[in-house]
Design a protein around this ligand. Structure first.
Ligand SMILES: Cc1cc2nc3c(=O)[nH]c(=O)nc-3n(C[C@H](O)[C@H](O)[C@H](O)COP(=O)(O)O)c2cc1C
Length: 233
């Protein structure tokens, strides 16, 4: 099983989030997964400019590391998203990646895959950031096997560290198991279904402009797409 672990901290694997992520990776590796780290602090992912090219042609005009990261997400068996809490949200580095994934959000190509979330904060409010990251996982089609988040006790040290690290390793093992067992998470089903319906309507509405995405839906979610009416004269 191939897992990609994407970390959005400017401190990469050497920061607090990196320390907690290491334990999740240890759990996945001990189960037999191959884990590739994608450290956004060492890569270039520019902010989305809203040009709609991805909707029309399926790729981005901006020349940087995004398309390579996108390919790894599309071909992996599972993935981990890791970020520090930056003002009640993810870091700007990870947010830039999320925004560049706009076409993945419209097409939900990660259906059938599983992700996990890692978060750290200085003082708390972890749940808000975790919920946001898990919603991103759902909005590209995947399911979240779970999340781990914690405030800090010091640099790279956590309150109740032993128990926290055990939980982190178990999350990595759970992500590995999901590849074989394909679990269904009923608590995510309602959101995923309503989000998919919303994206279907949106892509149908823009079908004559967003030709890549409309074709993607016809090929991959054929049962849920209406035939395209002829363009107006
Ligand atoms: C720009 C910035 C914004 C932050 N915002 C918050 C916040 O809103 N709430 C919080 O509890 N901690 C906040 N923190 C603290 C970090 O979330 C915390 O130190 C985290 O563990 C850093 O992880 P890292 O070492 O992987 O970068 C912030 C830190 C920075 C630099």
């Amino acid at each position: 099983m191939n897992i990609v672990a994407i970390i959005g901290s400017p401190h990469g694997i050497n920061g607090n989030t990196g320390r907690l992520l290491e334990e999740v990776i240890n759990g996945a590796s001990a189960s037999g997964a191959q884990v590739e780290l994608i450290d956004l602090s060492r890569m270039k992912v520019q902010p989305c400019v809203g040009c709609d090219a991805c909707h029309k042609i399926g790729s981005c005009h901006l020349k940087d590391d995004f398309e390579g990261i996108k390919d790894k997400l599309l071909t992996c068996d599972g993935f981990i998203l890791a970020s520090p809490n930056y003002i009640f949200s993810v870091s700007a580095q990870l947010k830039a990646l999320f925004d560049r994934c706009c076409s993945l959000v419209h097409c939900l190509p990660l259906e059938g895959k599983y992700g996990a979330v890692v978060e750290t904060s200085g003082g708390g409010e972890d749940e808000e950031v975790i919920r946001y990251m898990e919603r991103f996982i759902n909005s590209i089609g995947a399911q979240s096997v779970g999340a781990i988040g914690s405030n800090m006790a010091g640099s790279r040290s956590f309150p109740g560290e032993e128990a926290l690290f055990a939980k982190a390793r178990e999350l990595g093992a759970e992500l590995f198991r999901s590849f074989r067992e394909k679990p269904h998470f009923p608590d995510q089903a309602g959101y995923r279904a309503s989000f998919k319906t919303r994206m279907k309507r949106l892509v149908e509405l823009y079908q004559h402009e967003w030709t890549y995405e409309y074709q993607y839906w016809q090929q991959h979610h054929a049962d849920t797409v209406q035939p395209a009416p002829p363009p107006a004269e």
